[in-house]
Design a protein around this ligand. Structure first.
Ligand SMILES: NC(=O)c1ccc[n+]([C@@H]2O[C@H](COP(=O)([O-])OP(=O)(O)OC[C@H]3O[C@@H](n4cnc5c(N)ncnc54)[C@H](OP(=O)(O)O)[C@@H]3O)[C@@H](O)[C@H]2O)c1
Length: 329
């Protein structure tokens, strides 16, 4: 079968190659899924660059998410039940950028027939992170500001719509002025651009000098540092990505004196710490909110595996609209 592989960490458009490899066999409790589509997420590209928190043994195939049809199952009742079903393919080890992938049967989530492939392909990572951070970890109260950077990202847009639905206000930071109007039209209560001056000064102007009590940052570097400076007293900031690949700097005195908390968030850890039953409930909640358009993903180009270099370049174009999907055919 065809698969994307990399033998060394590096620039994705240079190190990723299309190769022929033997079809993997599902073992006990596993299923073989024929892939329909898989998104190119920032986390996939961080892995390829060797900059993710957990890295695979090389050579490796990227791809944490996707949608496909279960073709074969190893020994185990649940895997047999899944044969022929369309499933979201949650591959925590990576490996979905291929014609076929083997995953544990419990990570193959049956997709209701009314959910289109392009939504099913991005069913878990961003929607579950949006819900986990705002409703569970921060539990942002109604009427409070939530400050978020990279607000024009797929996940950022979901959080704007969740804010409208759940009753918290979003204060959104983008890096390009041109992105402001779109996020206001989507329901962002305030939208600022980091190109227009220090984020903390703009945030204090909006919040009457107090700063915010809730913030989330996937950028790091100067943006993440300024998000920390935007916190008021008794505040909680989640760091959940590192798009800039730069460290965050903060003044420990501000942390101590004002009881400001910075905490890392990773969906994998968060879900593993919960019961399977609770996670099943979360999946149902996500499907319902995809139908309502709250946790839906804007679709971008679909590009075949054979054009992998073009695909990874397209995924990192500044101001790209919609998620780039990889399709085997
Ligand atoms: N911790 C977790 O469990 C978890 C789970 C899901 C997602 N994430 C993280 O969430 C973030 C968003 O993911 P996504 O799939 O929604 O991304 P996406 O749709 O690919 O969007 C990326 C966004 O980031 C912006 N951006 C890229 N580099 C930037 C930089 N250096 N400074 C400021 N903005 C920058 C882009 O802005 P332009 O529009 O200007 O190009 C774009 O809006 C990623 O960091 C991802 O790793 C983390």
């Amino acid at each position: 079968m065809k698969a994307i592989r990399f033998e060394q960490f590096g620039q994705p458009d240079q190190v990723l190659k299309l190769v022929d490899i033997p079809e993997p066999k599902p073992g006990k409790g596993e299923v073989l899924v024929r892939m329909i589509a898989s998104p190119i997420n920032p986390s996939d590209l961080l892995v390829v660059r060797g900059r993710y928190g957990v890295l695979p043994t090389l050579p490796a195939t990227p791809g944490f998410e996707g949608v496909g049809v279960v073709e074969k199952a190893g020994p185990g009742i649940y895997g047999q039940f899944l044969k022929g079903k369309r499933v979201a393919v949650i591959n925590s080890a990576g490996g979905n950028w291929a014609e076929k992938a083997v995953i544990p049967a419990i990570r193959a989530i049956p997709v209701p027939s009314d959910i289109p492939d392009e939504q099913a392909a991005s069913f878990l990572v961003n929607p579950a992170t949006a819900i986990a951070m705002t409703r569970h970890v921060l539990a942002v109260p109604k009427g409070e500001w939530l400050l978020q950077s990279a607000a024009g990202s797929t996940l950022g847009k979901m959080i704007i719509k969740l804010g409208k639905h759940d009753g918290f206000k979003t204060l959104n930071v983008v890096r390009r002025r041109e992105a402001i109007d779109e996020l206001k039209a989507l329901g962002g209560d305030a939208v600022i651009s980091s190109s227009e001056g220090p984020i903390d000064e703009q945030v204090r102007a909006i919040t009457g000098g107090q700063g915010v009590r809730y913030a989330i940052d996937p950028v790091g570097g100067e943006t993440g540092s300024q998000v920390f400076k935007s916190l008021g007293e008794d505040a909680h900031m989640l760091v959940y990505g590192l798009l800039s690949d730069q460290d965050i700097h903060f003044d420990p005195r501000a942390m101590i004196a004002g009881k400001r908390i910075i905490e890392g968030f990773w969906l994998g850890y968060w879900m593993n710490a919960r019961s399977k039953l609770k996670n099943l409930g979360l999946f149902r909640e996500i499907f319902a909110m995809i139908r309502e358009g709250i946790l839906s993903t804007d679709s971008g180009q679909t590009i075949p595996l054979t054009s992998i270099a073009d695909a990874v370049r397209a995924a990192e174009v500044v101001g790209r609209s919609g998620k780039v999907l990889l399709a085997p055919g």
